[in-house]
Design a binder for this molecule. Structure first.
Ligand SMILES: *Cc1c(COP(=O)(O)O)cnc(C)c1O
Length: 380
């Protein structure tokens, strides 16, 4: 068997050491890192491919379809999807889930106008461009929530067209949540003949569903589809996500491909069989209660972070039920060291599961030092 050369092995080991370091200082990106999938490592010996529809068997037998079905069932229940009328699959991430949902909405309403807020994730614009769908950007308030007055006004000017509205359940920068029940009531009050609401819940969907008071964003609140990222709150070594839609819509899409023996109802052809397996494992291990506890623990840390920053005099705020603490932008050095996503004068810290007090305290020490330095230079 060929072996790695010594020098290449050294490169690999150095790379692996770097990962430990970089994982320690990742406070600005919303990826949980407290996961442990070591029990699944033996499955890495196999190429698992869930090509095609999770519910339609394929002639390719190395897969994790049954687990994928359970994952979709779990999220359908969590998001209160109509019991006999949902469908979904494990995607490559939130972007693909949004793309699939928009594709579905376009097949239903080819002449619709799409409305999305200025705080939406960049994947929305790209997806709309790929699908060649017409759209209008809706304003947000200063903290990133959709401006419903602007939505109402804008939709009312296009009342002759079906409306597709994208709601953010946790915007990328501030974790603002749009209110799906409110959006639905606006669309109903304008007496539109047809409309479709998609919740882009990539960031916060999983834990938002577990917290009280309930934030209106799911199927029972008026959503027609919901997409989440699996590698964010749940955590996974592979980027992944889940999209859930109403089944009667989905039946418009997908043709039988004799070659694979299943229905081609997904965006990509070959799909990871490991990603559904990881999600299945996490769901079985934690269950609803375990996920809720994990979310509450992270919320506590976010609260601690916000308070400590305010005590220090560093401008900081966060929404209730939010793991994102928005802060005044620190120095470039600190942004780089702690991998803080930054836009304009704002940066953010995200207390995803796996972030601990120890990490936050180390960042606080760096910030405190920079405050003192600033004072010192001001005196000089
Ligand atoms: C992360 C994110 C996405 C994109 O998800 P990926 O898993 O990175 O493809 C889309 N929308 C929002 C709000 C996000 O936070």
């Amino acid at each position: 068997m060929p072996q790695l050369q010594e020098q290449d092995r050294a490169v690999l080991h150095q790379y692996m050491d770097q990962l430990v370091e970089r994982s320690y200082s990742m406070l600005g990106y919303p990826c949980a890192r407290d996961f442990d999938y070591s029990e699944l490592y033996p499955t890495l010996r196999y190429q698992l491919n869930n090509i095609g529809d999770p519910w339609v068997p394929s002639t390719c037998a190395l897969h994790s379809r049954e687990m994928e079905q359970e994952v979709v069932d779990f999220f359908a229940r969590l998001f209160r999807a109509p019991e006999q009328n949902y469908w979904g699959y494990v995607t490559n991430g939130g972007t693909e889930g949004n793309l699939y949902a928009l594709y579905l909405a376009r097949e239903l309403y080819p002449h619709a106008m799409v409305y999305y807020s200025a705080a939406s994730h960049y994947s929305i614009q790209k997806n709309l461009h790929l699908l060649n769908m017409e759209s209008i950007v809706i304003k947000t308030d200063a903290r990133g929530e959709m401006d419903y007055t602007d939505l109402e006004h804008t939709v009312s000017q296009n009342r002759h067209r079906p409306a597709i509205v994208l709601a953010n359940i946790g915007t990328t920068m501030t974790e603002a949540r749009d209110n799906v029940a409110h959006i639905r009531s606006i669309l109903q009050s304008l007496a539109l003949r047809s409309f479709y609401i998609h919740s882009d819940a990539a960031l916060a969907g999983t834990y938002t569903a577990l917290l009280e008071p309930h934030h209106p964003f799911d199927f029972a609140d008026g959503a027609d589809s919901i997409a989440i990222s699996g590698h964010k709150f749940i955590g996974s070594p592979l980027p992944c996500g889940v999209v859930v839609v109403k089944k009667n819509y989905k039946e418009r899409i997908g043709q039988l491909v004799p070659y694979i023996g299943t229905l081609d109802t997904t965006i990509t052809g070959s799909r990871s069989g490991h990603a559904p397996l990881f999600l299945w494992y996490a769901i079985k291990k934690y269950g609803i209660e375990g996920f809720r506890e994990r979310a509450l623990h992270s919320l506590e840390l976010a609260d601690y972070t916000e308070q400590k920053l305010q005590e220090m005099g560093w401008s900081a705020w966060r929404f209730p039920q939010s793991l994102t603490v928005v802060i005044e932008k620190p120095s470039e050095e600190i942004i780089r060291k702690w991998q803080l996503a930054t836009q304009g004068n704002q940066s953010h810290i995200i207390c995803m599961p796996g972030v601990q007090r120890e990490h936050i305290n180390a960042l606080l020490t760096d910030l405190q030092r920079s405050v003192q330095q600033k004072r010192l230079t001001a005196v000089l």
